[in-house]
Design a binder for this molecule. Structure first.
Ligand SMILES: [Ca+2]
Ligand SMILES: [Ca+2]
Length: 400
């Protein structure tokens, strides 16, 4: 699935490394996940440092693979940097481009004007922690996620970290994302098997977006939303025994995620006005798959919650600003002992395509199809409406 919102400078090219007179570092901002162009133009003395274009062919709603990769700058000039191509992540099922083998590090003169500083693409799956790693000199085997987060944290303003398909076996707790940033993953797995009492991803800065990552072996907490306005979208938590998500911040959005097993989504009392939209939760353990506790203002719509080992949801009706259009099925203790769902919430088998094989997409006859309500989230990029058919589908993917 492509995503409609635009990213700031997915093409991280143009690090502003111009020639002596200051070249332009232009970044074509992109609106499609699959396209990333980064052209850094060298300054007048250096000629054009063509840092390579990364054109990801993927994106869009067709989920075709983004096959684009990046080629490094060959002409170099004085303006070229390595790895200046676009991030070229495809649609959600697309393959990102391969890391650039790019041109030599810039030796340009004074810093150029323009360009965007601080876009970081993960280029090694090793959980390195090289002191002083930078984009130009990542040290070790490349720029690790850990190093990228450290760079984003130490760089003022908003940055985007990207990572493509691969598995990162975390060796210790990652740095908390402590200022605003987007972490855009495409087929990236974070394995927390070596961690104990540590969240796999903790968001401590306001407005952090995490998208498209798969967490496994989270024994404590998977996503820790510890600041306001955070978003966890299109991600998964599986094969985990801890809390899939812990919500302390307010006005957070948890949308389009798949949680299988674990002890679900829990809250701190400090949280208010959270949005839990379009998630699929299967076989979640604990008090309830979604447990607001003492939090307030939960907007719970368009989810599929099935086969919880106890309840699907905990909490009196007063906890919820919205509590509608959710599908419940085969939750062992019941749906929610304190607040009955309305008639707009089907209690039916959702008819997953192949749950045994881990495919929790919907078949066309699923009662979750068109059973949702438009909450303003674009569930069908490229379509005229925010959804396909006559209404949004419940769960993590719009079927039809
Ligand atoms: Ca490194
Ligand atoms: Ca639909």
């Amino acid at each position: 699935m492509g995503c409609s919102f635009s990213y700031e400078a997915l093409g991280p090219g143009g690090l502003g490394l111009g020639g002596t007179s200051g070249g332009d570092g232009d970044v074509s901002s992109t609106t499609d996940l699959g396209d990333g162009d980064g052209d850094g133009d060298g300054g007048s003395d250096g000629g054009d440092g063509d840092n390579g274009d990364g054109d990801g062919a993927g994106g869009g709603s067709s989920n075709t693979a983004g096959s684009g990769g990046r080629t490094g700058g060959t002409t170099g000039g004085s303006g070229g940097t390595s790895a200046a191509g676009g991030s070229s992540s495809g649609g959600s099922s697309g393959d990102g481009g391969s890391p650039a083998a790019g041109g030599a590090p810039a030796s340009g003169g004074a810093s150029g004007s323009g360009g965007v500083t601080g876009d970081f693409e993960v280029t090694t799956w090793l959980d390195e922690d090289d002191m002083g790693a930078t984009v130009a000199l990542p040290l070790g085997n490349g720029l690790s996620l850990r190093e990228a987060i450290e760079l984003a944290n130490s760089t003022a303003g908003h940055q985007t970290i990207t990572a493509g398909p691969g598995t990162i076996n975390l060796t210790k707790q990652l740095p908390f994302v402590n200022e605003t940033a987007d972490l855009i993953f495409d087929g990236t797995v974070l394995d927390g098997a070596a961690l104990s009492n540590a969240p796999l991803l903790r968001m401590d800065g306001p407005g952090v977006l995490i998208q498209g990552v798969s967490l496994v072996s989270a024994s404590y907490v998977g996503f820790y939303l510890n600041a306001d306005d955070g978003i966890v979208r299109d991600s998964t938590v599986t094969n985990s025994t801890g809390q899939a998500m812990h919500v302390s911040g307010s006005n957070v959005e948890i949308s389009g995620n798949l949680i299988v097993g674990s002890i679900g989504i829990l809250y701190s009392p400090s949280s208010s006005s959270s949005k839990i939209w379009f998630n699929t939760l299967v076989q979640v353990d604990g008090v309830a798959a979604i447990n607001p506790g003492q939090a307030s203002g939960v907007d719970l719509r368009n989810n599929i919650i099935v086969q919880s080992t106890t309840y699907a949801v905990a909490g009196a009706c007063s906890k919820f600003t919205f509590y509608s259009n959710n599908l419940f099925w085969a939750n062992v203790s019941g749906i929610n002992s304190q607040c009955a769902p309305g008639a707009d919430s089907p209690v039916l088998d959702p008819l997953f395509t192949d749950a045994q094989a881990g495919d929790y997409s919907l078949v066309s006859t699923s009662p979750a199809v068109d059973a949702g309500v438009d909450v303003g989230l674009d569930r069908a990029p490229g379509a005229a409406e925010n959804y396909l058919g006559v209404a949004p589908d419940l769960g993590r993917r719009e079927k039809q």
